[in-house]
Design a protein around this ligand. Structure first.
Ligand SMILES: [Zn+2]
Length: 102
């Protein structure tokens, strides 16, 4: 059965790759994550939506691997940081100036 929540997907990524990720270590996993970010960058410039979609999945899966290694629940992290709106102005949508970092 396919996962239906972000937390369940993070658990699925751990079930799929957690043992290998732990053997590889954070530094190696982070390098793979950055490689996938580079592939997403290239896909956004020149590839089809279908190809871009796969690269988004790869980046998110590697981000989940890094979070698993660090013991971070991404669903809880998003709720904590963005659950009440913009972390700076508290509005939805954000009303901060375009140049401000949220
Ligand atoms: Zn804001």
């Amino acid at each position: 059965m396919e996962p239906t929540t972000l937390q369940a997907w993070q658990e699925r990524i751990d079930a799929l790759f957690g043992a290998k990720d732990r053997r590889r270590g954070t530094a190696g996993n982070f390098m793979w994550f950055l490689e996938e970010v580079g592939e997403l960058s290239a896909a956004l410039r020149a590839e089809t939506l279908a190809e871009q979609t796969l690269e988004f999945a790869d980046v998110l899966a590697w981000l989940m691997s890094l979070a698993n290694g660090a013991g971070v629940d991404l669903d809880a992290a998003l709720r904590e940081k963005y659950g009440s709106g913009c972390p700076r102005c508290r509005l939805v949508p954000c009303n901060c100036a375009v140049g401000d970092k949220p």
